[in-house]
Design a protein around this ligand. Structure first.
Ligand code: AMP
Length: 260
């Protein structure tokens, strides 16, 4: 703690990269950008139970701490916040809570994962309090989450700047994700069809039909305006979530034709 205060006192710029571990190159892009922009980089690794629903994959979420730490050390990260148990973050079972901005949690992830964003803002707010970062890095892969966090920072006057990072993809186009570890190599190739449809279908309805015909259990595939306030026909950002071979995939892609 003392060292922490001295870092703040030295006016060094501190970065936080919140993760749930099982790090892949997408996560490392966030870390690399943080290292480029800040003096001290903190990565948190915490599989936050409060953002998982009852029937979700909390207990089997991939964990590979030793490997994660090795990768972060190699990159030159300054500190890792790795709580040894959930109790370290949540001392009490009931506690003061904040709520995500309501209009951002009426659709998509919020509908299919009820309470998910409540858990996200709860943990991210706490991480901000613990680390006191000047900048925090979030992936565009979880675009609705990014918008929810940006809104929290704005609404609560938090003194942290949110830095978005582009989605890192496999050569096939599949967005990298810790959950891709559940796939066989063949299934992983097939899963890239989600991105292909997001990229090339003429309308969301066509994309939905094509995905369903290939065995994707679609939760949503919708187009929204950049601020997530308006559902659009096709000119906007396309969002999708689907189960493929039992693995939950989410992705999004900007398909807006910007008029000049
Ligand atoms: P997670 O460990 O899944 O909670 O992700 C931690 C952070 O990494 C979040 O801000 C994600 O949006 C981001 N992230 C996850 N996958 C990717 C990816 N493929 N490209 C860029 N950022 C990602």
């Amino acid at each position: 703690m003392l060292r922490w205060r001295s870092i703040h006192a030295a006016k060094e710029r501190i970065a936080l990269v919140p993760t749930m571990g099982a790090l892949h190159r997408g996560h490392l892009d966030l870390v690399t950008k943080a290292l480029r922009e800040c003096d001290q980089v903190v990565v948190s690794i915490f599989v936050n139970p409060t953002q998982f629903g009852r029937n979700e994959d909390l207990s089997k979420y991939p964990r590979q701490e030793a490997e994660d730490l090795k990768q972060l050390k190699r990159l030159g990260v300054d500190a890792v916040f790795l709580p040894s148990s959930a109790e370290e973050v949540y001392e009490r079972s009931s506690e003061t809570r904040i709520l995500p901005r309501p209009e951002l949690v009426k659709m998509m992830e919020a509908v299919f994962r009820p309470g998910h964003f409540d858990g996200v803002v709860q943990v991210v707010f706490k991480l901000f309090q613990i680390v006191e970062p000047d900048r925090a890095y979030f992936g565009e892969k979880d675009y609705q989450q990014l918008k929810v966090i940006e809104a929290m920072v704005e609404d609560l006057f938090l003194k942290v700047r949110i830095r978005p990072v582009r989605t890192r993809r496999e050569k096939t186009g599949l967005a990298m994700s810790s959950r891709n570890k559940y796939f066989s190599p063949e299934e992983k190739e097939e899963a890239a069809f989600l991105y292909e449809c997001l990229q090339s279908a003429k309308t969301p309805a066509i994309a939905r039909r094509r995905l369903r015909s290939k065995g994707f259990k679609l939760q949503y595939l919708e187009c929204w305006s950049e601020d997530l306030l308006e559902k659009k026909k096709s000119n906007g950002r396309w969002y999708a979530a689907a189960l493929y071979k039992g693995v939950r995939l989410i992705d999004n892609l900007d398909r807006s034709t910007k008029s000049s």
